[in-house]
Ligand binder design. Structure first.
Ligand code: COA
Length: 249
C-alpha cells in the first residue's frame, strides 16, 4: 500500500487518509488503488465504519491532471484504478464518514456523495470543474447530485462549476456538520465511533434499504466513464489540462 494513502484501524473504525499534501492530495492511480483496497478489505477486518480524511489544509484537489493529460495523449480512458475506487464506493456496505478541511475538488467532492456523514470546516469549499476542463461529471454524481440537491443546484455545481462554500453545501444536503477547522477530525471520529457502536446488522440493513440498488449507481459510473473517455480525447480537454500544467504563478 502506498504511503500517499495512510490506512489505519482504531477498533472498529478504519481511517483512509489521502496523504499527498504537496500536490493538494491530487489522486494518482496508486492512490485510487490504495483507497479502493482500504474499502474492499474492511468487511474481513470487522470494520464497522470507514472514515475518509485528507490533510489539514486540503481534502483533495481531484484527479491528478498530469495523469489526465497522459491518458488523453495515449488515447486512454478513465484508468482501471479510478473505476476500482468508484465501484468500491458504490458497492461498499459499511457506513462512510468523511472529514473535510479546505478544498474538495472534482472526485474530492463527488466521493462525498457516497458518504453517509460528512463533517467539514467552516472554510471548506466544494467544487467540480469538470465541464470547464472539457469533461463530464463522474462517480455517478450525474445521478446522485440531482437527487440530493435538486436539478438546479446540481447543474450549478456540476455543469456551471460554481463552488459551494461549507454553509451552502450543508443547505444542499451534501454535508452534515460545519465546525472550526481544528475540530473537524475529532468531530468526524466521534460520528464514526457512534455509528460503529450501533448494532451492526441493523446499521447494514438500514443503510442498504436507504441506498437502494447499487447496480443503478454502478451502471451510471459506467455510462459516465464512456462519455468521460470521449471527452478526454477532445481538443478542449487537452487544452485545459495543458493550461493547468503549464500555468505561471
Ligand atoms: N493535478 C495535478 N497537480 C495538482 C492538482 C491536480 N488536480 N491540484 C494541485 N496540483 C499541484 C499544483 O500543480 C502544484 O504543484 P507544484 O507545486 O509542483 O507547482 C501543487 O499541487 C500546489 O497547487 P497550487 O495550485 O499551487 O495550490 P493552491 O492552494 O493555490 O490551489 C487548488 C489549490 C486545489 C485550488 C488548485 O491546485 C487547483 O485548482 N487544482 C486543480 C483542481 C482540479 O481542477 N482538479 C481536477 C478536477 S476534475
Amino acid at each position: 500500500m502506498s504511503d500517499l494513502v495512510l490506512t489505519s484501524d482504531d477498533g472498529p473504525v478504519r481511517t483512509i487518509r489521502m496523504n499527498r499534501p504537496e500536490k493538494k492530495n491530487a489522486l494518482t492511480m496508486a492512490m485510487y488503488d490504495a483507497m479502493a483496497a482500504g474499502i474492499e478489505t474492511a468487511p474481513a477486518a470487522n470494520v464497522r465504519c470507514l472514515l475518509i480524511g485528507g490533510a489539514p489544509t486540503v481534502f483533495c484537489a481531484g484527479n491528478d491532471i498530469g495523469d489526465f493529460l497522459q491518458a488523453a495523449m495515449s488515447g486512454g480512458a478513465l484508468g482501471a484504478p479510478i473505476l476500482r475506487f468508484l465501484y468500491a464506493l458504490a458497492r461498499c456496505d459499511i457506513p462512510l464518514v468523511a472529514a473535510v478541511q479546505g478544498n474538495a475538488v472534482g472526485v474530492g467532492t463527488t466521493m462525498l456523495m457516497h458518504c453517509d456523514h460528512v463533517v467539514a470546516s467552516t472554510e471548506a469549499r466544494f467544487s467540480t470543474p469538470f465541464v470547464s476542463l472539457g469533461l463530464v461529471p463522474e462517480a455517478a454524481s450525474s445521478l446522485i447530485a440531482p437527487r440530493l440537491m435538486g436539478h438546479a443546484r446540481a447543474f450549478s455545481l456540476l455543469v456551471m462549476g460554481k463552488p459551494l462554500p461549507a454553509d451552502e453545501a450543508k443547505a444542499a444536503g451534501l454535508i452534515n456538520t460545519v465546525v472550526a477547522a481544528d475540530a473537524v477530525e475529532a468531530e468526524a471520529m466521534k460520528a464514526a465511533q457512534a455509528i460503529a457502536a450501533l448494532p451492526p446488522q441493523a446499521v447494514l440493513a438500514s443503510r442498504r434499504l436507504m441506498r437502494g440498488n447499487s447496480d443503478e449507481i454502478v451502471a451510471r459510473i459506467d455510462a459516465e466513464a464512456v462519455e468521460f473517455k470521449a471527452r478526454l480525447q477532445s481538443a478542449e480537454a487537452q487544452a485545459a489540462f495543458t493550461a493547468f500544467m503549464t500555468r505561471k504563478r
